[in-house]
Design a binder for this molecule. Structure first.
Ligand code: NAD
Length: 476
């Protein structure tokens, strides 16, 4: 057997913290539900009192507009807390399971036990919400949690650390700040669950580290989320919703429309509507409205997007709108481009920024074929009035989630499971599904004492038992 020293766990700087959490998590297993609810109420109160601090931190990190801060960093967390507070008694109650005929003398229940000590690693694009929302789910399920916010949004990471040390004991919830090395030191520890949100590339590293300890994982990843606008769509409505979903948070959203297929019969009218919607939503007197449009998070990502734009020009892309990038303030104008070959980087890599390739098509089958060639997306959007097209897309295309006639909206619907499939993620979260992700569904079967039908099948096996075994196999 591997010793702690040999596995590197013994020299890990976070082993003391982890062991303190392990002890506390054992105490929390049998604590009444009110203990969890009390923590959630404290968190809710903090959020309602300090929302301005969250808005300020995300603005300092990448100029997130105030409205976007409220809608994407605070509201989904508050809604998740309230939903959990209303439903926790139902979710956590042992679930009675029906009894098959062959189990007549038994009763069965599923208990939801806390997994124990959980690690939550978050990305930078919704730096508050994507750290604290999984924390709500971890607490609701009765766990302790160690949080590793993104180092790319330091103001928000510090605010989360301050909030957590104000509200929770260190052995219940603790923030560890740091870069990749810190993340990897944490990943070496034998957590009971790891909840990771980030890129598919790092998701693979996380899963490999988790495999060493056979730790369960939820991986909320990314990828290219396509949009299809068919010839029956209301193109004005579609354009307004796509522009909002794409350019909210400056395109740095995991479920943002990544690239767009539009039926060639409506494509030129649709592009006009896209431009109108862009001008209405994001421009003031001919320039980008500074207050309502965010920035690229850092120089590295600005450089990545600039090189995608260089490739776009080299590969013959025709810019329909925007196309400018200012490195001084890391502002990339909302950009529409068409005429890109499938081999261009914009058509191959997750864009994660304010550039939208527009691709005209003439048959839905052709689009389905193209999407099937790519890794399964996190989100898939269809704008249509056609029931037949809707059914075809739902039936034929795998996706983490599908949203019809709107963008992004399914993400924060707390009664829906949220997550990816294959390359875009493993496992689901939000609401009840988040509670389950952080719980072990433990089956408990209770048998009556004394005679049971099974005893008739105990050895020694005689001819009658053999006949009965065959009969039972045939009948049930
Ligand atoms: P990322 O994968 O680079 O980083 C996420 C976290 O992992 C950070 O805390 C970082 O410190 C840590 N990390 C980075 N490299 C690591 C390594 N080698 N080993 C261990 N830890 C490491 O992602 P990002 O750039 O912060 O976020 C963008 C990505 O996240 C996009 O792909 C986006 O689609 C995805 N995303 C997904 C969701 C979702 O809910 N599915 C939400 C937001 C973002």
């Amino acid at each position: 057997m591997e010793t702690k020293e040999k596995s590197g766990v013994g020299t890990n700087p976070y082993i003391g913290l982890f062991e303190a959490h392990k002890i506390k998590s054992q105490i929390l297993r049998s604590a009444p539900l009110n203990v969890r609810k009390e923590k959630l109420r404290k968190l809710e109160k903090w959020l309602m009192t300090n929302s301005d601090l969250v808005i300020e931190a995300v603005y300092k990190d990448f100029k997130k507009p105030e409205v976007e801060g409220f809608l994407s960093e605070i509201q989904p967390v508050v809604a998740e807390i309230r939903h959990a507070l209303r439903n926790l008694h139902k979710w956590a109650r042992p679930k009675k399971i029906s009894t098959p005929v062959t189990y007549l003398s038994t009763s069965a229940h599923v208990y939801f036990e806390p997994k124990g000590v959980c690690l939550i690693i978050a990305p930078w694009n919704f730096p508050f919400m994507l750290t604290v929302l999984p924390l709500v789910e971890a607490i609701a399920a009765g766990n302790t949690a160690i949080l590793k916010p993104s180092e790319l949004t330091p103001h928000t990471a510090q605010l989360i650390e301050d909030m957590v040390s104000e509200l929770f004991a260190e052995d219940e919830v603790k923030v560890v700040q740091g870069e990749v090395a810190t993340s990897q030191q944490l990943l070496a520890l034998p957590f009971d669950h790891i909840f990771f949100t980030g890129s598919p590339a790092v998701g693979k590293i996380v899963m490999e580290a988790a495999a060493k300890n056979l730790t369960s994982v939820t991986l909320e990843l990314g990828g290219k989320s396509p949009v299809i606008v068919d010839e029956t769509a209301n193109i004005k409505d579609a354009a307004e919703k796509i522009v909002w979903g794409k350019f909210f948070n400056c395109g740095q959203t995991c479920v943002a429309p990544d690239h767009l297929y539009v039926h060639e019969n409506v494509s030129s009218a649709f592009v006009k509507e896209l431009k109108k919607a862009l001008n209405k939503e994001y421009y003031k007197e001919g320039s980008v409205n500074d207050l309502d449009y965010g920035r690229i998070v850092n120089e590295r990502h600005f450089g990545r997007l600039s090189s995608l734009m260089e490739d776009m020009v080299e590969k013959g892309g025709e810019v329909l709108h925007g196309g400018s990038a200012n490195s001084e303030n890391r502002l990339i104008e909302p950009t529409l481009v068409t005429g890109l070959p499938d081999s261009s980087r914009l058509m191959q890599e997750e864009i994660f920024g304010p550039i939208l390739p527009v691709i005209p098509f003439n048959s839905l089958d052709e689009v389905i074929g193209k999407i099937l060639k790519m890794p399964s997306p996190l989100a898939l959007y269809l704008y249509t009035r056609s029931k037949a097209n809707t059914r075809t897309i739902i039936d034929e295309l795998p996706a983490g989630g599908i949203c019809i006639n709107d963008s992004v909206l399914h993400f924060a619907h707390y009664n829906l499971p949220f997550g990816g499939v294959n390359n875009s993620g493993i496992g689901k979260s939000h609401g009840y599904y988040g509670f389950v992700a952080f719980s072990n569904e433990k089956p408990v079967l209770t048998q009556r004492i004394g005679f049971t039908t099974l005893k008739a099948f105990y050895p020694p096996y005689n001819g009658l038992i053999k006949k009965l075994a065959k009969l039972v196999t045939k009948l049930f």
